[in-house]
Design a protein around this ligand. Structure first.
Ligand code: FAD
Length: 562
């Protein structure tokens, strides 16, 4: 094994200018200083603050983070005192002169400025999409993307007593806002033009979150197309949908996706990829080696797709800032040892009231778009030993390539333990691992933390069984018409959730009564979650049934959609 090479810091007096001082930019500045004590480092930020916690904005809106000051992670003073990094807020860069190596811009009060650079790092982020009905000067319609957005929303909430709010967009930020407004006692209506919440999740997993939203009183219009807002003196009083529904409202928050902020880079002739993000190499250098770009404005290499992709998340932005900061500061002479960015796989998570939901790698839509022959296995299991107090149900879905079982992605929904499972799977995905690798992981276990067979193992075992035909899984939404359906649940379960056309043989009677079934017919076994149905399917397979499948995820998943 080769030794990690020693990396020596640089003493060159480089002028490093960073445009955008939040996630990627602030990280780049701090790392650049650690790698080069002599560089002159300046952050130019058009907003009023650097290094603020944009991910925390919804939680101050809802009052869960009580003090606004907690969102200001590092101030201009801290950057100067600790790092000798000059921060100029309210400085917007409007052009880059690559020939002269200068950035030009103006301050908020209109004063022009111009600054030379040896290395330039762009971290201008992304901006929220403005739907056509968005009236910029309305007094109660907002995005939640900046500190200003949050302050304006809070002020509007104080000015008029907001009892009803409408959130447009059921992505991660939209759902965080919904949760926080409900915490404030506001009646919330959620409008999403897609037929499900949370696009990164497959529809049955998203349904678990939709049920949670409903249980908290959130009114939902999925597949709802907004045609207009009704305004009264620049105050939106209703949101109108194409089906004729008019939703009265006191406040609207729009979270309808983001687009990369690449105008500055594009006008300077930096290459924009087909995804709309700036193209960069492994060290986050653009086609101009003196200019780096990081964060929401770039396209990363997607580790599972093996293609460029935009992934507007804080983790990759911070890592990319670190990579760019080091490479830029080390200078051309000694940056050969500078670490590279590596791939991104889009691991994400959100809390929605009592549940968490997240995903990593590809979902089914992604696999279909990439024309990958994939399979899925879904399990439900307690997040730690079922006999230990406080065990909460966790639904975990793994997606893998048919044939060799290469892991492609995963999704988790549950009250506890989703983050841990997603992070472990993200690690296996990072190393290009398989379902078999997942079955072999040696994970920490004691009853308060997990199970001796962790939900991760269980999902991998189910997938492995599927791959090895012991037996295969039937998709949860399969058309069961014409199949011999063997329902092995107990009477209470069947009363609660009947399955039409099934032959009922409780699992503990199957060894005695299997002869009532026809071994020649295609057969599917069914239970609540797939566990007992697997035992049944193995039994029937052992008795010579030629074509037996186990319904993936059982009735608990099928009933969400079918
Ligand atoms: P940003 O952090 O957005 O910084 C860009 C900065 O550039 C801005 O401050 C902007 O003012 C400045 N700028 C732009 N153009 C110029 C210019 N011409 N001159 C000077 N300055 C300029 N991600 C997660 O992974 N998990 C989460 O839970 C999560 N929650 C979020 C919640 C909210 C409400 C928001 C808004 C985002 C959330 N994100 C989350 C996304 C995450 O914050 C972004 O992916 C990340 O901040 C991107 O970093 P960045 O450096 O590319 O851009």
């Amino acid at each position: 094994m080769s030794k990690v090479p020693r990396m020596t810091s640089n003493q060159e007096k480089l002028r490093i200018v960073i445009v955008g001082g939040v996630a990627g930019g602030a990280t780049a500045a701090a790392r650049a200083r650690r790698m080069n004590s002599q560089a002159e480092i300046t952050i130019l930020e058009k907003g009023p603050a650097v290094s603020f916690a944009n991910c925390g904005l919804p939680y101050h809106l809802g009052g869960e983070i009580e003090q606004r000051g907690k969102l200001l992670v590092a101030t201009a003073e801290l950057f100067w005192n600790r790092f000798r990094v000059g921060v100029r807020t309210q400085h917007e860069v409007t052009s880059i002169d690559r020939e002269q190596q200068r950035v030009n811009g103006r301050t908020t009060d209109g004063t022009p400025f111009s600054l030379p650079y040896d290395r330039l790092i762009l971290s201008t982020g992304s901006e929220p999409n403005h739907p056509p009905f968005f009236e910029p000067n309305s007094k109660n319609v907002f995005h939640l993307w900046t500190l200003d957005d949050m302050d304006h929303t809070l002020a509007a909430m104080q000015d008029r007593s907001v009892q009803r709010a409408t959130v447009v967009g059921a992505g991660f930020v939209g759902l965080e806002v919904v949760e926080q407004l409900v915490h404030r006692g506001i009646a919330v209506t959620l409008i999403e033009r897609n037929p499900q919440v949370l696009g990164p999740l497959d529809r049955e997993m998203a349904k678990l979150i939709e049920d949670e939203l409903k249980s908290k009183g959130v009114a939902m219009h999925l597949g709802g197309a907004i045609v207009s807002f009704t305004y009264d003196h620049h105050i939106a009083t209703a949101v109108n949908l194409s089906d004729g529904t008019s939703i009265p409202t006191d406040l609207v928050i729009v979270g309808a996706g983001v687009r990369p902020r690449t105008q500055l880079a594009g006008e300077a002739g930096l290459t924009i990829g087909y995804t709309g993000g700036v193209q960069v190499n492994a060290y986050m250098q653009t086609n101009d080696p003196n200019i780096y770009a990081v964060g929401d404005m770039v396209e990363y290499h997607h580790g599972v797709f093996d293609k460029p992709m935009r992934i507007p998340l804080a983790g990759p932005a911070n890592r990319a800032g670190r990579v760019a900061g080091a490479h830029a500061a080390l200078g051309k002479s000694n940056n050969q040892q500078s670490p590279s960015m590596g791939s991104v796989i889009g691991t994400c998570i959100v809390r929605v009231f009592g549940l968490a939901a997240g995903s990593t790698g590809l979902n089914e839509k992604g696999c279909q778009a990439a024309k990958i022959d994939y399979r899925t296995a879904t399990i439900q299991a307690p997040h730690h030993a079922s006999y230990f107090p406080g065990a909460k149900n966790l639904t975990l879905k793994v997606i893998y390539r048919a044939g060799d079982g290469k892991l492609l992605g995963a999704q988790a929904v549950g009250a506890e333990g989703c983050d841990k499972r997603l992070d472990v799977i993200a690690t296996v995905l990072h190393f290009g691992g398989t379902i078999e690798d997942l079955t072999k992981l040696d994970l920490a276990y004691a009853p308060p933390f997990g199970s001796a067979k962790d939900p991760l193992h269980m999902a991998a075992f189910v997938a492995e069984n599927d791959l090895q035909h012991v037996p295969t899984l039937a998709e949860f939404d399969s058309d069961l018409d014409g199949m011999q359906i063997v329902d092995v649940r107990n009477a209470t379960e069947i009363d609660k959730l009947p399955l039409a056309g099934a032959k009922w043989i409780p699992i503990d009677e199957l060894a005695q009564r299997w002869t009532e079934l026809d071994p020649a017919r295609p057969t599917v076994t069914v239970c609540h979650s797939g566990k007992r149905a697997h035992i049944a399917a193995c039994w029937l397979q052992g008795q010579g049934f030629a074509n037996v499948k186990n319904l993936n995820g059982g009735m608990s998943i099928r009933s969400l959609i079918v």
